[in-house]
Design a protein around this ligand. Sequence first.
Ligand code: ASP
Length: 316
Amino acid sequence: AGGAAAALVGRSAGGATSELSGPVIVTSWEFGPGANEVGWPILADEGLAIDAVEAAINYVELLPDEFYVGFGGSPNAIGETTLDAMMVWGPTHEVGAVGCLKRVKRAVSVARKVMEETQHTLLVGDDATRFAARMGFDETSLTNAASQKAWEEWAAKGRPSDAWDPEPMGEGGKIEGRDTVGTMAVDAHGNVCVGCSTNGRSFKLPGRVGDSPIAGAGAYCDNDVGAAIATGNGDVMMRFLPTYHAVELMREGASPAEAAEAALRRIDAKGYHFDGGIIVLGKDGEHGGAKRGWKDEAFGYAVHRGAGTSQVTVRG
Ligand code: ASP
């Protein structure tokens, strides 16, 4: 995703507040408006945030042409598409996640099953697939014409995965492929939920698990405070738990935009130059974001609440 982001209209530095409190749903990137449209009716009907988040993310996971989330998208270095996803449910502070999930499309729903049906937090690889099958999910190839073509073109160049390159500490350190759907919601009952799903960075080494299924890295929420989601170079960002950091800063009084910026500044301070962004939602509905890199990408998010919808471009 990213190409159609011209539709995003913005406010500088990603800070925005309006008509706070009441249900709200926020989703990253340019598939945000479509995802929110699926999740919002559940919130408007006084449904649970967890159902709204799952429905919004399923919508993106099942989009036939979305390359960076769900099936048929950015493959790993041996041509297989594998998925990372997570849900965090504020009222109980439970987490369910899957990493390197194979051959199952609705990864966030499998993550929810891990949360609701087991005492575990994270299942990975073929064993996560076996768990999904036991939970009644269909097993099917995640390869399609687009992912096959992308892998063939990449493999024909004969270059190793960029994951073998040195750390992206210097200017210009870039990874191939980026995008994660992250959705945060507050429902009419005051429950906070966050979820995310991705097929991860392109041409990753087989077995790689990124930031998305790690609580506090790819996503985090606290029912008293709010939520945060991350996207971008997960191999760097997961070392700093930026979504946990941002939520904790909000707890201490930072605004969402301040918290997002401060969480990324912690990564800068260790000398990393990376492409990545974070979006933060206060329980009161205030939202904000921050990003690094992505000079050619319009990184943003969509907000849907009772008063209507808005789209925000996060500027670096
Ligand atoms: N954070 C994801 C990963 O590293 C990719 C992305 O959001 O761009 O797997």
